[in-house]
Write a protein of this length. Structure first.
Length: 99
């Protein structure tokens, strides 16, 4: 498997999601999406496709601007971290309740 197989070309994304390349450029400028250049074409890593789809939905379906997208993603990350901590604490508490 070549390295290029792990990436999705930006022009393909734009056609598929019916968005302008400027939207992806804006995401990159705000540090929300990393763009990789391979052989003079721009790509995103396929692992980031889910995040990208979330940003597209926030922007197009809910009309949230770049600052809002950054804030929402930050809050979602914090919620995920808190959920992980809560799960860990529940597991720890379960160990004490069993003993």
């Amino acid at each position: 498997m070549s390295a290029a197989e792990n990436y999705i070309e930006i022009h393909q994304l734009c056609r598929h999601y019916e968005i302008e390349t400027s939207f992806i450029d804006d995401l990159s400028e705000y540090g929300l999406l990393e763009i990789n250049t391979i052989d003079q074409s721009n790509f995103i890593h396929h692992d980031r496709l889910g995040d990208f789809e979330r940003m597209v939905r926030l922007h197009h379906d809910l009309h949230i601007n770049m600052e809002g997208i950054a804030s929402v993603l930050h809050l979602l990350d914090k919620m995920a971290a808190m959920q992980s901590e809560l799960d860990m604490l529940r597991n720890r508490l379960g160990l004490y309740e069993e003993g």
